[in-house]
Structure formats: C-alpha cells, structure tokens
Ligand binder design. Structure first.
Ligand code: MOS
Length: 694
C-alpha cells in the first residue's frame, strides 16, 4: 500500500512556513504589477428593491479615479450558474450589501474615498429578514445541501415518543455565523496579451478558471488562475466570489491590472455565511438508555436568489441506532445575503443540537453521557444500512475520558465551585463524512535525484505543499527532502478544491498514483535519466468518485471544562480535549493544527461568535471583527488533540480520512454541556454570551 520512504505521518514542518512569517509569501493583493489599480465596491443601501439612479460624476472627478462601474456600463457577462456572481448586470437589489457600483482608482485610498462619493437612488420594497420556526413561507425543499433528501423517515418516531419511559423534546438556535478568514476575499486580474491572469484568494483555482471562462467567454486555456498562498477560507472561498468577477471586469474596463480586496465590513453580505438554524429535537429512550425514537427538524433561511439549505439534520441519520427516526429540513426564502459553506456545514450546527440533546437525555436518564453514547452505537450506518468502513467512536470516547479524567465526575450540576466560580465538564461526539473527488497529478524524476510533483492543489493554510510531498516521498520510497511539490496554479494538472475535508485525499490519491507509476517506470530503466527527467501522469477519475459499499465517516469525541462567573455571566473555557478517529494521520504537526483550529472555531461558536439580522435595516448587525468576536489568544486555553491510529483500507491509497472539519463538529456542544453541568441551567441559544448566562 505504501512505499518505504517513511515520510507519511511524520510531523514535517510547513515548507512555506519561513516565507510566511518573513513576508516572503505573496497573497492575492501582493502582486505589484506595473500600473496596478485598486477597486472598492459600493454596497446596496436597501434590503430589497431596484437601483433607479447611480450618480457617479462627483466620484469620477475625484483624484486618481479611473472608472466607476455600474450596472449601466460594466462589462456584460454570461449568466452564471451561481447567481451571486451576476454583479453589476441589473438594477435589482436582492439584499443589502449587494455590490451596486465599483470604483477603480490608482490607489486603494482614492478608490475608497471616491466610493463614498457615489450616490445611489433606489426604489425600495418591503423586506423580510426575520427567520422564525413557524414562518408562514417555510417550505420543505426537495434536497438539502450535499444532495441529501430533505426528509428521511423510518419507523414511527411519534409512537415511540408517546410511549417512551424517558424522552426529551428540546429546541436550539444557532445564529448566522461568518467565516472571516484572515485574508479577505481578494483578486488581482490583468490581461497579458490574449491571456487573462488572475491571482485570487480561493480554495480551488481550477473552478475559478472554469467560471471565468464561462462568464467572460474567454478560452479556458488562455486563463491562468494563481492561488499561491491563501489566508484561510473556511468554505467561503470554496467557490468563486464577486471579487474575482469584479477584478476581471475592472481590468477589462481600464486596461490595467486591478486588485479588488473586499473590505472586511463588506464580507458578511458578499461571501456567504453559515445560515442560522432553528432545531427541534425529540429523543425517546428506554430506561436502559437505548434510543427508541428520534426526530430532528430544522428550519433555516436562504436568499431570494439562491437556494442553499444547511443540511443540519443529516448527522442524526448517521450517529445513533434507533428503530424510528424522522429528520427534516425546511427553509424560508428571505431578503438576506446568500448563505454558503462554512466549516463543517450541516454537521457543525446539526451536531451542536444533537449532542446537546443527547446530554439532556443522559440527564433525564440519570446516565453518564459517555455511556449513553456508547450504548447507542449502531452496527451499520442507520440511514443507508451500509457497514462502516471504520468507526471508532467508542474508542475516541473512552480514550478521551481517560485522558481528560472524566471518571469519577460528579454528574450533579452546580456542585463544583472554585471561589465564586461554578465549574463544569461536558462531552460531545463528532462526525464528518469522508469526501473525495477525482484529481490529476504529474510526478517527475530529475537527473539530480530529486523529484517534483505537480497538482493544482490549494494551500489554505493547512500545509498542502508539505503533506503532498510526504505522500509522494512515501509512494516513491525516497527521503522527503528529495521531493518538491508545485501547487496553486491552474496551469498545473487540474484538481478539485480544498473543501469538504477532501483536499488531501483527492490530490494525494492522484499524487500517489502518479508516483507509483513513476517508480515503476524508473525501476524498468537502466542508465542515467535524460535531462528533462522521467514523467508520469495520473488521473483518479473513476476511482476517487466510485461508489463505496461502505459508509465512510470520521468520528471523534470532545471534552471541555468551563468556569462560569455567576455574577458577570462570563464563561471561560479552561480545557478542551479532543480524540479523533480519522484514518491514517499523514502529518502529525499540521493535523494537530487542523484539529485544534476546528476546536477553537467551536469555542467561538459556543461563546462569542454570533450574528444578528437587524429586522428594520435588513442586514447583519455584526459586520466587523469588533462586534463579531472571533476567539483571540486570551479566550483559548490549552487545547489537546489526540487521535486513534485507524487502519481503514476502504478509503484511498494513503488510508486517510479528512481532518479539516471534524475538529469543529461537536466542540460547541461539549462546551454548552459543560456550562449546563456548571450552572444547572440549560441554555439553548448560541452563543453563550454573558447577557444570556447572567
Ligand atoms: Mo469547507 S466549508 O468544505 O471549506
């Protein structure tokens, strides 16, 4: 299955680490091309309606201004599949914050100043941005995201609930959440003869190239999309965003290189968000703790222009054995910005609710919450009936309990104190599906004994260059130092995005295959290599996208300890510990970073991150990093991430599952459950800010 290199699993340092910390790594706005201009969008000032006039004269007369694009004069583009990319094409305003003009100027400051001088008139219409569980326009879509049926039912959960000796019927709310990668969504576009060259901050440049080719009717082989270094995305850069479309429009309109870096305050309404979800969960159990029925019903919002249904009830189809189940998604089309992917979409809010409800059920049963979960382990995936390729949730729970010191915990709430503080501990499970897609790659052996692998993978901060070199070194059976990886350029062999925790598996599979072919080719040769080296290509189409007879998911367990100040309502996380079963871990150092990064994001979801829709204004109230608090160092305790070495031969040649998202899943529930244990109060609306906990 693997070669003799021994590079896989090693805690290899990020290859671009030094470049990044010394400023040598260039991001999408950092390509100072000659004559490069900057653009600043003008966001719509109404939540619904039409632009009736854009007064641009004052802006055009300001220093440095090169162009003001509006729906009247912007280059026309073909109709995109993604309606959020149809910017400056019509006077319609689908939501507040939608770009209605773009000012291009010599400098960023000039563009920004002139954008403030653009005066837009609107014919405003009544808007509705307020999601309620009983919204009269709530509908059941055919599918939730990921192609999952909106509804799945088996058995008779209502009858089970009516007759169960123990049951809980609980509702939870997860607010809108924002991705807020450190690097905003940014693109620099320029024409180079008949080539279009774009540096963009994206999770997947191959798709950006395809979308630009379609929108601008420009041959794909004359477009180069570079995403060399990407400062995070968390899903919001998984698809092309308006910045790249606007940058190309502006470059075409002015004949210059143009950079569009979305201002931080524009991001919440332009780059997608985690849609709010309203959950109702009912769990029925026998006195032995075994589930007899489960329902998980969610209501979420989507925008007027795009249907996006957060698949938050899907994990309840995977997690626990139950003879009766109903999981349903409903959505309401509101005048809100289009929601989109955010780390562990579906699983993150869904497992917050399910794992909180399991904790409530454990309380109602008087049963240890670790034990309750173990007792409800299914033999097969409940939804499909397929066997699991591997499932070590029980091991994660047991190992986590041991490391955390869970045994001997007094289950009674509000019993542990430290001075004025209330202390509590909580547990929750995690799951995330194994996703993988076809990719191509090239591997080359050079006469100097070194190797190069090439694939249009994207490093969104995860260490993709490094792990792909490890995969290659392992497959070739050579030391890691002899392998270089080239990624982040659409002129390289095409590859899918860094998303759905699938990047390493998808790219790695094709890299592994190319290297295996190369090794065979080298073994069959004699004599020195030619100057250009020896090359092998691979394409995993038909392999990586083949249906599996197995249900493939990663699992994990989170443990958290909190201190709650009953005077101020402040919750501090003291400890977090996660144990994951995610197949083979390919790089111990970067994997750990992924896990603790996900857990930190869960801490934010539990305690500090939350956005609200201003019903009158029709927009997110928390549009900047002052009002939308992403955990800072002072908020984050020592976090431990461990894993169980899992051998799973039903995945890919590396034996790996994805690790980018599972650290996030369930972590907010573990904290919420710890807050309940500390206080004796069950708060069911995130985030647990002092105003709620007080
Ligand atoms: Mo992730 S939301 O698939 O980048």
């Amino acid at each position: 299955m693997t070669g003799t290199g021994g590079a896989l699993g090693a805690p290899a340092e990020r290859r671009e680490g030094r470049q990044k910390v010394t400023g040598g790594a260039r991001y999408a706005a950092e390509h100072p091309l000659p004559g490069r201009a900057h653009a600043w969008p003008v966001p719509a000032g109404v939540a619904r309606g039409r632009v009736t006039a854009v007064h641009t004269r004052a802006a055009q007369d300001m220093p440095g201004v090169l162009a003001v694009l509006t729906h009247d004069n912007a280059p026309r583009i073909a109709e995109p599949d993604d309606p959020t990319l149809a910017v400056l094409q019509s006077p319609d305003v689908p939501h507040r914050g939608w770009p209605v003009a773009l000012v291009v100027a010599r400098t960023l400051e000039e563009a920004r100043a002139a954008a403030g001088a653009v005066h837009v008139e609107y014919a405003a219409e009544e808007h509705d941005v307020h999601l309620t569980a009983g919204h009269p326009e709530a509908y059941e879509p055919e599918k939730a995201n990921g192609g999952f049926p909106a509804r799945r039912e088996w058995g008779d959960p209502d009858a089970a609930l009516a007759s169960a000796p123990v049951a809980v019927d609980v509702s939870y709310q997860v607010p809108p959440l924002h991705n807020h990668p450190m690097e905003p969504h940014t693109s620099t576009a320029h024409g180079d003869g008949d080539r279009l060259v774009v540096h963009t901050s994206s999770q997947g440049g191959t798709t950006v190239r395809a979308v630009l080719a379609a929108l601008f009717e420009h041959p794909e082989d004359r477009i180069t999309v570079v995403a060399d270094h990407v400062g995070g995305g968390f899903g919001s850069k998984g698809t092309p965003r308006p910045d790249v479309v606007l940058a190309v429009m502006a470059a075409r309109a002015t004949g210059r290189p143009v950079t569009v870096a979305l201002p931080r305050r524009h991001m919440p309404s332009v780059v997608g968000h985690r849609a709010p979800t309203l959950h109702r969960l009912r769990l029925a159990a026998g006195t032995d703790g075994r589930l007899t029925g489960l329902t998980h019903e969610i209501v979420t919002h989507t925008s007027r222009i795009k249907e996006f249904v957060e698949q938050a009830a899907v994990p309840a189809r995977v997690m626990y054995a139950t003879p009766a189940s109903r999981t349903v998604h409903r959505a309401v089309r509101l005048d809100v910005p289009s929601p989109s992917w955010m780390r562990a979409p579906g699983e993150s809010p869904g497992m917050y609710a399910l794992e909180s409800a399991m904790d409530e059920l454990a309380g109602a049963l008087g049963m240890d919450p670790v034990e309750l979960r173990v007792r409800n382990e299914p033999d097969r995936e409940p939804d499909s009936g397929k066997p699991f390729s591997s499932r070590h949730l029980t091991e994660c729970l047991r190992e986590g309990a041991r490391r955390f010191g869970w045994d001997g915990r007094d289950p009674r709430p509000r019993t542990r104190t430290e001075g004025p503080l209330l202390l509590g501990t909580g547990v929750a499970a995690a799951t995330y599906p194994v996703l993988v897609g076809p990719s191509t790659a090239e591997a080359r052996a050079l006469p100097d004994g070194s190797f190069v692998v090439r694939v249009n993978a994207t490093d969104i901060g995860t260490g993709a260059r490094t792990v792909l070199a490890q995969v290659a070194a392992d497959a070739l059976g050579v030391p890691l130092e002899r392998v270089r990886s080239e990624i982040g350029d659409s002129d390289l062999p095409s590859a899918p995005l860094a998303g759905g925790s699938s990047g390493t598996a998808s790219w790695g599979w094709s890299v592994h295959r190319a290297c295996t072919a190369l090794a065979e080719r080298l073994a069959a040769r004699t004599g020195p290599l030619p100057e250009e080296g020896v090359t092998a290509h691979a394409d995993t189409a038909g392999l990586a996208d083949a249906d599996s007879p197995y249900a493939r998911h990663a699992f994990g367990a989170h443990f958290a300890e909190v201190a709650v100040d009953p005077v101020t309502g402040e919750v501090r996380v003291r400890r977090m510990l996660g144990v994951f079963a995610a197949g083979r871990i390919l790089n111990a150092r970067t994997a750990r970073s992924q896990f603790i990064g996900g857990m930190t994001m869960g801490l934010g979801m539990a305690l500090t991150e939350g956005s609200t829709m201003d019903a009158a204004f029709g927009d997110f109230t928390e549009a900047d990093l002052a009002s939308y608090h992403v955990p800072a160092h002072a908020d984050v305790p020592a976090i431990e991430a461990h894993w169980i070495d899992e051998e799973d031969t039903h995945l890919n040649p590396m034996g790996s599952k994805g690790i980018g998202e599972i650290g996030n899943v369930g972590s907010a529930a573990a904290i919420g459950n710890a807050v309940h244990h500390a206080t004796g109060v069950r708060y069911r609306e995130l985030p647990l800010t002092p105003d709620k906990v007080l």
